[in-house]
Design a binder for this molecule. Structure first.
Ligand code: SF4
Length: 248
């Protein structure tokens, strides 16, 4: 499987879950490379914003930012190799994140089975555009589905896949996290959860931001919206604790 590369090694690290339903729980993160979307504010753009691609990113105007050379940012490992890395950490919760992990579910299904058979709890973070295979689904305990809104810069056609949304809205393992940049984003959330019959209690709203200050600025109005509609508020704990850093 193709994983993101960090300091010459696969990006596998022990930290705490910073967002959503399991926020605050210690967990081992495995970051896959590749994504089928191109969110303009993505903080893991080293998994997809390759040289010679047309995708835009909010950092384009920042001095020193440039697109990534694909073969320098990917490392390939098989399921046993990834499992051996995971075993080094004193924790039985694994989060498969990305990029978009479901782009590689054939390879990840082997890892997920291995982890499942050895007593691990497996969370998968996904943008909700791809349907899990039954082999993969059998080994997964929790899906953290984060459907993207128009604030991501992706077209509706790319980011909203009816079959996949219907799968996740019908799965007891799934909760839904929406990245909110502006109160106006709420109309889209309301429309989506009504179309796919998602219960408000299963919805998490998270402020968009990659600094503690940016998150705090949106916190008050977002909490008020959660109170009004019965949604959950989720912060980005890792940003407050570590800042916008990789591998922590
Ligand atoms: S779906 Fe996730 S990994 Fe992919 S571009 Fe959007 S934020 Fe980044």
């Amino acid at each position: 499987m193709k994983l993101a590369k960090l300091n010459g090694r696969p990006e596998i690290f022990y930290s705490i879950q910073g967002e959503g339903k399991s926020m605050g729980k210690p967990a081992i993160f495995v970051r896959t490379s590749l994504c089928n979307l191109h969110c303009i504010w993505c903080d893991t753009d080293y998994t997809w914003n390759w040289q010679n691609t047309p995708f835009k990113h909010v950092n384009d105007s920042k001095a020193g930012y440039s697109k990534f050379k694909k073969d320098e940012w990917i490392v390939e490992l098989d399921a046993d190799e990834v499992y051996n890395e995971i075993k080094q950490h004193p924790c039985k919760r694994v989060i498969l994140t990305g990029g978009e992990p479901l782009m590689q579910q054939k390879e990840l299904a082997l890892l997920a089975q291995l982890l499942h058979d050895n007593g691990y709890f497996i969370e998968v973070e996904t943008n909700g555009t791809l349907v899990p295979t039954s082999e993969f689904d059998m080994a997964v305990d929790q899906y953290n589905v984060s459907p993207k809104l128009s604030n991501s810069g992706n077209s509706t056609q790319l980011r909203e896949k009816e079959g996949a949304f219907s799968f996740f809205s019908g799965s007891e393992k799934a909760s839904f996290k929406f990245v909110i940049d502006d109160p106006g984003d709420l109309d889209e959330v309301t429309e989506l959860i009504s179309r796919y019959n998602i219960a408000p209690l299963n919805v998490y709203l998270m402020p968009q931001g990659t600094t503690g200050q940016a998150l705090n600025q949106k916190q008050q109005w977002l909490v008020d919206i959660c109170k009004e509609h019965g949604y959950n508020y989720t912060d980005r704990l890792h940003i407050h604790i570590y800042g916008d850093k990789r591998g922590v």
